[in-house]
Design a protein around this ligand. Structure first.
Ligand code: NAP
Ligand code: GCO
Length: 266
């Protein structure tokens, strides 16, 4: 074991959908802790944009095009990474989408698409990396869950169903593969300022804050939106030897939202 239990020196980390946003911030923190970074995105232009952004931070990342919902493509991608970079020690299932549509107006096809990216894909990618982790004798899987792994709200039925399912997939991977020294944990980010949540923070025509923006700040004891960088330290912890006996846990990084009953009316 490394003298610094938080070091990721010599580790290879695959972070899905990490050209920007939360995935990019987690990958950057892992690179700073010594890991070699591999990421994918659906489009070549996003991979190129990601590679340029990593290079700007002095990180030599390996970027690939791969749709995480396509099992055959994922298997080929993981085999290619093993050949070109090495066996994946750390997997972060980060790629995700959301559709904000009232449930009674949502088609089954739209519901399925969210489940496909946010729940089926973590199953597909985890399944592709676990056999080599078993052979290597260790592995870390981190699933990016959500407040919606615990809470519901209007318009996000598919997303909440997927993220609630992802929490249980996390516990099941931990249960099924813990004996092979594989730790599978989740991170449940609070409300984080990224392109995914940009529509919830848009200024109103009169220049005032979006009502949802003010609502979230009032719901968060930290009284602010999270930044993607807030997730770096927790991700490094769950990827490192420091968390070798932490398994099947969801670490909520939410500025305190889940602990808080809410402000009393004035
Ligand atoms: P984001 O800004 O929308 O980034 C998501 C990334 O995933 C994008 O690069 C996206 O690529 C990629 N992606 C989507 N579908 C993919 C697919 N089929 N194959 C490969 N890549 C795919 O989102 P974010 O806010 O950084 O969120 C990252 C993760 O954290 C998601 O799982 C999200 O649900 C979760 N999360 C976010 C928040 C938040 O407040 N922002 C809170 C809790 C959890 P494209 O640009 O091509 O779509
Ligand atoms: C929404 C949001 C969320 C967050 C996040 C919270 O519309 O409520 O987009 O669901 O992105 O997942 O943890």
């Amino acid at each position: 074991m490394n003298k610094n239990p938080f070091s990721l020196e010599g580790k290879i980390a695959l972070i899905t959908g990490a050209s920007y946003g939360i995935g990019f911030a987690i990958a950057t923190a892992m690179a700073d802790a010594g890991a070699t970074i591999v990421f994918n995105d659906i489009k070549q232009e996003l991979v190129d944009k990601g590679l340029a952004a990593y290079a700007e931070k002095g990180i030599k990342a390996h970027g690939y095009v791969c749709d995480v919902t396509d099992e055959e493509a994922v298997n080929a991608f993981v085999a290619k990474v093993e050949q070109e970079v090495g066996v994946i020690d750390i997997l972060v299932n980060n790629a995700g989408i959301i559709k904000r549509i009232p449930m009674t107006e949502m088609s089954a096809a739209q519901f399925r698409q969210v489940i496909d990216v946010d729940l089926n894909a973590p199953f597909i990618v985890s399944k592709a990396v676990i056999p080599s982790m078993i052979k290597k004798g260790h592995g870390k899987i981190i699933n990016i869950c959500s407040m919606m792994s615990e809470l519901g709200r209007e318009t996000v039925s598919a997303y909440a169903a997927a993220k609630g399912g992802l929490k249980m997939l996390t516990k099941n991977i931990a249960s099924e593969y813990g004996e092979y020294n594989i730790q599978c944990n989740g991170i449940g980010p609070g409300y984080i300022a990224t392109p995914q949540t940009a529509p919830l923070r848009e200024r109103q025509p009169d220049g005032s804050r979006h009502p949802f923006d003010s609502f979230i700040v009032a719901k968060t004891p930290a009284a602010r939106w999270g930044e993607a960088e807030d997730l770096g330290g927790p991700a490094v912890f769950l990827a490192s030897d420091a968390s070798n006996f932490v398994n099947g846990h969801i670490l909520y990084v939410d500025g305190g939202i889940l602990a808080y009953i809410g402000k009393q009316p004035s």
